[in-house]
Design a protein around this ligand. Structure first.
Ligand SMILES: NC(=O)c1ccc[n+]([C@@H]2O[C@H](COP(=O)([O-])OP(=O)(O)OC[C@H]3O[C@@H](n4cnc5c(N)ncnc54)[C@H](O)[C@@H]3O)[C@@H](O)[C@H]2O)c1
Ligand SMILES: [Fe+2]
Length: 399
C-alpha cells in the first residue's frame, strides 16, 4: 500500500478509536434458558413475534422447542425459515414482508449467524423502509431503534447475538454487504447450551474457530480498549479449554455452555475493536462461492497471522500467555509462532482442511477488490495491505 493511502487509513482508524467512548455501545441482556422467553415478551407487551430461522434448525427440532415455549403462554408467531447460509437480500425482504403481514411486534432470531444477521437486517428494513440493504452497508447508516430483537444463537461462533453487525449477501453481485450500526445490537441474547448439543462436528469446529478469529483479530488490532482486550482474552481462554471438548462430545453441557460464552465475549470484543483481513477475505469467499464463514476463517487465520510477521508478534504473544495457551518464559517471537502452531493443530485435530477447494483464478481480482473495500480504511490491522497485496491470500489458500 502506498504511503498516502496508509496515512489516510491510519488517520481514519485513529478518529474512530478516539470516538469509542462517545459512541452508543451497549450489550444485550443475557439469559441462560429459553423458558424465560414468554415472560420477557409479555413484559414488553408483545403477543405476536416473527421467528427468523433456517431449514437446518427446523430439521434439528430446535424450532419445535421454541414454539412449544411460546405456545405455553399463547404467544402467537409467524415463522420465516428460508434463511440460507450467507443470507441474501431476498431473505431479508421476505422476512420483512412476513413481519408486516403477521402484525408481529418483535423478532426472535433462532440459529447461527445467518439467521441472526437476516433478522437484524430485517429489523433495520422495517424501521428504515426508505433505505435498501445495500444502502445500509458500511458504518452507522441505521439509526432508528429496531423492533425488540431477541437473539438465540444455536452455534457458538459468530457472536452476532452481541454485535452491531449484520452481513448480507447481494446474490446478483456475489458481494457481502457488512452493515455496522448500533441499533442492530439485539436487546436480549439467550445463551442456552441445550440448543447447541446437536450441532454437527464440522459446524462445532468451524464456528468455534470463527469465534477465535474474532478474539484474535480484535486483540491484535490497533483499536482495543481495556474491556475489549479482556473479552478477547476470556474468549480465547474458554476456546482453548472447551472447543475441542465440545467437538469430541457434543453433549458435554459444560463445554457447550462455555463455548456460547466464548463466542459472546469474542463478539463483544470485535464489535468495538473490529476484525481484520481474515474476515475481509473470508467474506469475499463467502459472497463468491458460499464458503461457510467459519471454515474460511479457520483456514485463513494461521496464514494471515504468519503474514503479519514481526508486526503482530508482541500482541499475539501477550494474548497467548494471558489466555494460558502458551506458558511464560519464551520470547515474543517464539510464543507468537507457538500460538499460530496451536491454531493449526486445532484445525488439523478437528479435520479442518489447510486449503479451500473451488477458488477460480479469474475471480481473485474481484474478491480482492471486495476485501480491500471492506477492510480499508476501517480495520486497524497490524500491517496494511492493498488489493494487490491481499491477492496473495487467495493463492495461499487455493487448493
Ligand atoms: N453479525 C456478525 O457479527 C457476524 C460475525 C461473524 C459472522 N457472521 C455471519 O454469520 C454467518 C455464519 O453463521 P454461522 O457460522 O453461525 O453458521 P450458519 O448460521 O450459516 O449455520 C450453518 C449451518 O448450521 C446449521 N445449524 C446451526 N445451528 C445448528 C444446531 N444447533 N444444530 C444443527 N444444525 C445447526 C444451520 O441450519 C446451517 O445449515 C455468515 O453469513 C457470516 O458472514 C456475522
Ligand atoms: Fe466471523
Amino acid at each position: 500500500m502506498n504511503i498516502a493511502k496508509k496515512a489516510y487509513c491510519r488517520g481514519f482508524q485513529f478518529c474512530f478509536k478516539v470516538a469509542i467512548p462517545l459512541l452508543p455501545y451497549r450489550i444485550p441482556k443475557t439469559r441462560e434458558s429459553i423458558s424465560l422467553l414468554p415472560a420477557m415478551l409479555r413484559r414488553r407487551g408483545v403477543d405476536c413475534v416473527l421467528i427468523v430461522t433456517d431449514k437446518g434448525i427446523v430439521k434439528a427440532g430446535l424450532l419445535d422447542i421454541l414454539t412449544k415455549v411460546l405456545d405455553s403462554d399463547i404467544i402467537r408467531y409467524a415463522v420465516y425459515d428460508e434463511t440460507i447460509p450467507n443470507p441474501t437480500i431476498d431473505n431479508v425482504e421476505a422476512a420483512r414482508a412476513l413481519y408486516i403481514e403477521s402484525h408481529a411486534q418483535a423478532i426472535i432470531a433462532l440459529g447461527g449467524g445467518s439467521a441472526m444477521d437476516c433478522a437484524k437486517a430485517c429489523g433495520a428494513r422495517i424501521v428504515q423502509p426508505w433505505m435498501s440493504v445495500k444502502q445500509m452497508g458500511g458504518i452507522l447508516k441505521v439509526f432508528k431503534k429496531l423492533p425488540c430483537l431477541i437473539a438465540i444463537p444455536t452455534t457458538a461462533g459468530t457472536g452476532s447475538e452481541t454485535t452491531l453487525a449484520a452481513v448480507i449477501t447481494d446474490a446478483k453481485t456475489h458481494h457481502k454487504v457488512p452493515i455496522n450500526s448500533f441499533p442492530l445490537i439485539p436487546r436480549y441474547a439467550i445463551l442456552d447450551y441445550r440448543l447447541t448439543t446437536g450441532l454437527p462436528k464440522h459446524i462445532t469446529s468451524t464456528t468455534g474457530m470463527d469465534a477465535l478469529t474474532h478474539a484474535v483479530e480484535a486483540y491484535i488490532g490497533g483499536s482495543t480498549t481495556k474491556d475489549t482486550r479482556e473479552n478477547a482474552i476470556k474468549a480465547t481462554r474458554l476456546i482453548h479449554q472447551y472447543l475441542y471438548r465440545a467437538y469430541q462430545d457434543g453433549t458435554d453441557a459444560e463445554a457447550r455452555q462455555n463455548m456460547l460464552h466464548a463466542a459472546y465475549y469474542a463478539g463483544a470484543a470485535f464489535s468495538k475493536s473490529y476484525v481484520g483481513y481474515v474476515h475481509a477475505v473470508a467474506h469475499s469467499l463467502g459472497g463468491q462461492y458460499g464458503t461457510p464463514h467459519g471454515l474460511a476463517n479457520a483456514v485463513l487465520l494461521p496464514i494471515v497471522l504468519r503474514e503479519y510477521g514481526v508486526f503482530a508478534h508482541a500482541k499475539l504473544a501477550q494474548m497467548a500467555r494471558e489466555a494460558g495457551v502458551i506458558g511464560a518464559g519464551k520470547s515474543d517471537e517464539e510464543t507468537a509462532n507457538l500460538f499460530i502452531d496451536w491454531i493449526e493443530e486445532m484445525n488439523d485435530k478437528m479435520g479442518i482442511p489447510r486449503k479451500l477447494s473451488g477458488i477460480e483464478e479469474a475471480d481473485i481480482e474481484k474478491m480482492a477488490e471486495h476485501a480491500d473495500a471492506e477492510a480499508n480504511p476501517l480495520y486497524p490491522v497490524p500491517v496494511l495491505m492493498d488489493k494487490e497485496e491481499l491477492k496473495k491470500f487467495y493463492h495461499l489458500v487455493k487448493e
